[in-house]
Design a protein around this ligand. Structure first.
Ligand code: MN3
Length: 201
């Protein structure tokens, strides 16, 4: 079964004014669609055809670069759309909020460190909040790699991922990646992230 583009879990304009409508339309409809199409094309007729996306991603080091990049792109974006929501943001509560405070000192400290990971990623990539050995950690990956990959510098279970490719923010924020990263906090779906935290532990 070929992979398909998942529907956005909200309207293209639902994350305004933090993430603009045109960016969402192009990001989901063109960029993510292209990862799906190129992944299907690269897998067709190969022994990896029919494998799950998780299986492909876990073995990123031994699959072809085109499958690694487009499989990672498909996994990362599917995860990203669900990490965001309209009328979201705020401060995470419950076990996740407690773990963030215990690990990073405070929610503000966490946000500063996460933003630094995103802003410090040279070129294109992702910033992540992961669970590693039961503990929270911030990491970043280049290109469309992610912390599930065998090739990741820091491996773990992602519970939040933020796309820092220019295509994620350039139309509205141009070169100001830190402004985009600051705005994203208004649309982080903390209930989804909490759910992932509970199952990753
Ligand atoms: Mn992207």
């Amino acid at each position: 079964m070929p992979f398909t583009l998942p529907a956005l879990p909200y309207a293209h304009d639902a994350l305004e004014p933090y993430i603009d409508t045109l960016t969402m339309q192009i990001h989901h409809g063109k960029h993510h669609q292209a990862y799906v199409d190129n992944l299907n094309k690269a897998l067709a007729g190969t022994p990896n055809e029919g494998k799950s996306l998780e299986e492909l991603v876990k073995h990123a080091g031994t699959i072809s670069p085109v499958v690694r990049n487009n499989g990672g792109g498909h996994w990362n974006h599917s995860f990203f759309w669900e990490s965001l929501a309209p009328h979201a943001g705020g401060t995470p509560a419950g076990a996740l909020g407690d773990a963030i405070n215990a690990t990073f000192g405070s929610f503000d400290e966490f946000k500063t460190k996460f933003a630094a990971a995103g802003a410090g990623r040279f070129g294109s990539g992702w910033a992540w909040l992961i669970v590693k050995d039961g503990k929270l950690e911030i990491s970043s990956t280049p290109n469309q790699d992610n912390p599930l990959m065998d090739v990741a510098e820091t491996k773990g279970h992602p519970i939040l991922g933020v796309d820092v490719w220019e295509h994620a923010y350039y139309l509205k924020y141009q070169n100001k990646r830190p402004d985009y990263l600051a705005a994203v906090w208004n649309v982080v779906n903390w209930s989804k992230v909490s759910e992932r935290f509970a199952s990753a532990k």
